[in-house]
Ligand binder design. Sequence first.
Ligand SMILES: C[S@@+](CC[C@H](N)C(=O)[O-])C[C@H]1O[C@@H](n2cnc3c(N)ncnc32)[C@H](O)[C@@H]1O
Length: 238
Amino acid sequence: VGLGPGDAALRTPAATAAVRHADAVVGYGPYVDLVDDLLTARQAVVRSPIGAETERCREALRRAAAGETVALVCSGDPGVYAMASLVCELAAGFGDPPVTVVPGVTAALAAAAVLGAPLGHDHAAVSLSDLLTPWPLIEQRLQAVADGDFTVSLYNPRSKRRTGQLDRALAILAGRRPPGTPAAIVTDAGRPGQRVIRTTLADLDPEAVDMLSLVVIGSTTTRWLGDRMVTPRGYRSP
Ligand SMILES: C[S@@+](CC[C@H](N)C(=O)[O-])C[C@H]1O[C@@H](n2cnc3c(N)ncnc32)[C@H](O)[C@@H]1O
């Protein structure tokens, strides 16, 4: 179940219903906290630690196989750098209990709405986390994004330990688009304490980015219109 970025107003009614009707709610602790307002005493609540993703999915599937209705919750959308794919991969090993993927507002869409309309034309998402994906493959995809002139949303851009990947990503994009290309950092989009930095590709400060940030780099047609980042769809000439 995708809970959206955090604000209850950005949670879909389908996600709310799925959590309310579940016998068990399973998720990474801070994501379970996002639905604190929906939980009841009759529900089993399993808050799992970060890094325990496979065990979290197995726990959800074990319970589903035993006949429970389970809401495995995550932030944003469950199919975007989250648990839906792993659940689908593991389900057969648990007797194939029925699986429903309940979509949510992913970070790229929440951040785009905060910024204006940066995804108005073709766009891409790339995760800079090389924990599960080899870095050379990530670089290859960034180069393809640069060559294709896509607006790009960079997920998992930087953590305390992974600091070099964002610099490298920005250098690859700078090889194919001007230094003044609109760029932005949106941290905690749709959550209390949301922070937005509006800048350019050349001036983006990686130090201002952490794991709760999404970095958006425009294409060569993206413009700042006041404080709005806009990629024209092409209806009118500027
Ligand atoms: C493992 S991914 C999970 C993505 C999530 N399933 C989604 O659809 O948004 C975690 C990354 O998503 C981005 N992210 C998730 N929620 C965010 C938010 N509210 N504001 C900014 N970035 C967010 C950050 O880049 C973070 O490092």
